[in-house]
Design a protein around this ligand. Structure first.
Ligand code: UT7
Length: 330
């Protein structure tokens, strides 16, 4: 049977510090009811200032490895998807590999904004399917709190910090990543981006004063594109694989807004109990959302379960992955 890349371990990490809607009420003109009704978020986690994205990623990977017989030195490749790297360069993945002691691994970062984890998972899959690597760690990690202006009520209510990691290994029993579809529309860049810090608008004092180092989002426009983009691409992957809603064990959606998740689930014909949702506790952790869902739900999954992963985000970049779960609960 064809060699596929299967997820054989999942790990996660969220910081201890909690930022609740009540806390935000004291910081900006907002209220708990508005945030819950418009987004589904109740609280999010915030990383301590003396720690960085690589620290969360290392914790998540250690957690994943602790569920296997492997150590860091057994990893062939580490791919980190993030929009909040420790530095502009070098790659955060390299720092992660060093902190872990993954001496045999090479590593690189990927950035596809909120869809980054799916892009990295698909990329890692190629290395396993081709036979080039046996053990690929894919980690999605973001310290969104450094990207947020906590005086901007349009964005500060949405985001949180966290990391999730999955180990990919070859599988010849028909389990693992089966199919995927991705799409981008670069003309959407203006609706969700960080203006300064790159080569187009290098950092200046004036740009910092104008708060251009923080997330800018035209929420209404992104929402409109996200609802149709995520539902369309998920439906396409279901149809191509002749999957009915009964065949799907869980939808694993990017956690940006509960209303976007609900719209995608409705279109896929999936009832709420088949949809992983933890946005109420973590908010939007960007690259962390999907692996953190897998982390929290892993005990409820059986080998052979059909999962549909779906994301939409800045770029615009969006996608969906269909996989057959390969782990039985311990
Ligand atoms: O993960 C990356 C992809 N990102 C997304 O998918 C996010 C997509 N967008 C969204 O999730 C939603 O657009 C938001 C949650 C960001 C905003 O929700 P919305 O229902 O689109 O609200 P809105 O921007 O249309 O604003 C409605 C009203 C406005 O007041 P007026 O103009 O109607 O008087 C806002 O000023 O709500 C006001 N508002 C708030 N009120 C209380 C905006 N933010 C807040 C707030 N608290 N935090």
């Amino acid at each position: 049977m064809k060699t596929r890349a299967a997820i054989t371990a999942v790990g996660g990490y969220v910081p201890e510090k909690v930022l609740t809607n009540a806390d935000l009420e004291k910081m900006v003109d907002t209220n708990d009811q508005w945030i819950r009704e418009r987004t589904g978020i109740e609280e999010r986690r915030i990383l301590d200032e003396d720690r960085a994205t690589s620290d969360m990623a290392v914790e998540a990977i250690k957690d994943a490895l602790s569920r296997t017989a492997y150590g860091p030195e057994d990893l062939d490749l580490i791919i980190c998807s993030t929009v909040s790297p420790d530095f502009v360069y070098p790659a955060t993945a390299n720092i992660i590999a060093d902190k872990l002691g993954a001496k045999q691994a090479w590593s690189f970062d990927m950035n596809a904004a909120c869809s980054g984890f799916l892009y990295a998972l698909r990329t890692g899959t190629q290395f396993v399917e081709s036979g080039m690597h046996q053990r690929v760690m894919v980690v999605g990690a973001d310290t969104m709190s450094i990207r947020i202006d906590y005086e901007d009520r349009n964005t500060c209510i949405l985001f949180g910090d966290g990391a999730g990691a999955v180990l990919l290994e070859p599988n010849t029993d028909g389990l693992g990543i089966i199919d995927s579809e991705f799409a981008v529309d670069g003309s959407g860049a203006q609706y969700l981006y960080q203006k300064t810090g790159g080569s187009k608008y290098p950092v200046t004092e004036e740009r910092i004063r104008n708060k251009e180092q923080f997330v800018y989002q035209d929420g209404r426009t992104v929402f409109r594109y996200a609802v149709s983009g995520m539902a369309d691409i998920t439906e396409l992957v279901m149809k191509r694989n002749q999957l009915s809603s009964e065949d799907v064990a869980f939808l694993v959606p990017h956690q940006a807004n509960k209303r976007i998740i609900d719209a995608t689930a409705r279109r896929a014909g999936l009832p709420p109990e088949k949809v992983m949702v933890n946005i109420q506790r973590y908010g939007n952790t960007t690259n962390g959302t999907i692996p953190l869902c897998l982390w929290e739900w892993q005990d409820q999954l059986q080998a052979g379960d059909n999962l549909l992963l779906a994301a939409f985000g800045g770029g615009f970049a969006w996608g969906s992955i269909y996989l057959k779960w390969a782990i039985n609960p311990a």
